[in-house]
Design a protein around this ligand. Structure first.
Ligand code: SAM
Length: 292
C-alpha cells in the first residue's frame, strides 16, 4: 500500500498505524479516505468489535477486527506493534468519532511512535469539534476537559478550578448526569454565564440549545427528553464583566436555606464554603434579601 506522507526517520520496513475517525451518529459522515484505509489495512483495532463489525458490514468492509479497549489496551498494543513491525498496516477506530478523544488508543499510538512506526491520522468527526463549530461561542481558543468526575464533591472541585478560565470550556457528559452537571455548573460559574447543550449531534433528535446556565438547567429539568442521548456541554469563558453576576439561582437557593437556619454572617460563610463563590458577592445578595 502506498501512502503520500513523509516517512523521515521512521522504520521503513514496518507497516503504518492509521488512526481513523468514524461517524458519531449519521453514517454518511464517514470519509472516502477512511473507507479506503479500512478496506486496505490488514487489521482493524476496534474498541468494541461487535459494535464495529455492524458498522463495517454496513460499509462492506471485510477486514478482520481485533479488540483494543481501555481494559486490554496496554497488552493488546504490544501485539499490534509486533504485527506492525512485520510490515502489516493496522487501522485504529473507536466506537464513534475520533480515537483517543475520550476513547482508547493513547497507549497504542504512544508505543507506535516510540517504535518509529508511521502513525497517520485519518481525520473526521469529533463530537466536541462538531458542537463547537455550531455553538456561536468563542472558538479561537478553547479548553476540552473531557468527562467531569461522577461524584458531586469532585465535580464541583474540578469546576472551581475552571471558574476563571477565559477560554470556552467543553465537556462530555453522560445523559444520566446531565442535570447534576448543569446544576453544579450554575452553582460554580453563576446562573448568568452562557452555556450550550449539544445533544444527539448528527442524529434524528439533534438539539443545540444555548442559554444562560440557570435557564439551560431549567430547560433540561423541565423536559426529560433533554436528559436522554449523548451530549456535549459548552460554557462561555470567564470575563470580568460576568463576574459581577456570579451568584446564580442555585447559590441563592442554598443561601436562602441557610439564612432560615442561622445568622446572616454564618449563612454567608457557609454558603461560600459550599458554593466556592466569593463571600463578598454572597454577602451583598444576603443583605439585599434582608433589606427587601
Ligand atoms: N471519540 C468521540 C469523539 O470523537 O467525540 C468521543 C467518545 S466519548 C466515549 C463519548 C462522548 O462523546 C459522549 O458521552 C458524548 O459526551 C460525546 N458524544 C458522542 N457522540 C455524540 C453525539 N452524537 N452528540 C453529542 N455528543 C456526543
Amino acid at each position: 500500500m502506498r501512502f503520500d506522507c513523509a516517512r523521515n526517520l521512521l522504520n521503513s520496513t514496518a507497516g503504518s498505524l492509521f488512526v481513523v475517525a468514524t461517524p458519531i451518529g449519521n453514517l454518511d459522515d464517514i470519509s472516502t479516505r477512511a473507507l479506503k484505509v479500512l478496506r486496505e489495512v490488514k487489521l482493524i483495532a476496534a474498541e468494541d468489535t461487535r459494535h464495529s463489525l455492524r458498522l463495517m458490514q454496513h460499509f462492506g468492509v471485510s477486514t478482520p477486527l481485533a479488540s483494543c479497549h481501555k481494559h486490554n489496551e496496554r497488552d493488546a498494543s504490544s501485539r499490534f506493534i509486533a504485527r506492525l513491525l512485520t510490515g502489516d498496516d493496522i487501522a485504529l477506530i473507536a466506537d464513534a468519532g475520533t480515537p483517543l478523544i475520550a476513547d482508547p488508543g493513547y497507549h497504542l499510538v504512544y508505543q507506535a511512535r516510540a517504535a518509529s512506526i508511521n502513525v497517520v491520522p485519518i481525520p473526521g468527526v469529533c463530537a466536541l469539534i462538531a458542537a463547537l463549530s455550531a455553538a456561536g461561542l468563542s472558538s479561537d481558543r478553547f479548553l476540552f476537559d473531557g468527562f467531569l468526575p461522577a461524584k458531586t464533591f469532585a465535580r464541583r472541585a474540578r469546576l472551581r478550578t475552571l471558574k476563571e478560565e477565559p477560554r470556552t470550556l467543553i465537556f462530555y457528559e453522560a445523559p444520566h448526569r446531565i442535570l447534576e452537571c448543569l446544576q453544579d455548573m450554575e452553582l460554580v460559574f453563576g446562573g448568568k454565564r452562557l452555556a450550550l447543550l449539544a445533544r444527539e449531534l448528527t442524529k434524528t433528535f439533534e438539539t443545540i440549545k444555548g442559554l444562560p446556565l440557570e435557564e439551560l438547567h431549567a430547560f433540561v429539568q423541565d423536559d426529560t427528553n433533554q436528559q436522554r442521548g449523548e451530549c456535549v456541554v459548552l460554557v462561555a469563558g470567564w470575563t470580568k464583566l460576568q463576574n459581577h453576576n456570579e451568584v446564580g439561582s442555585e447559590a441563592i437557593r442554598i443561601l436562602d436555606l441557610l439564612l432560615k437556619e442561622m445568622p446572616l454572617k454564618c449563612a454567608v460563610l457557609l454558603a461560600a464554603k459550599i458554593t466556592g463563590l466569593r463571600r463578598n458577592a454572597l454577602y451583598q445578595v444576603a443583605l439585599d434579601k434582608q433589606q427587601n
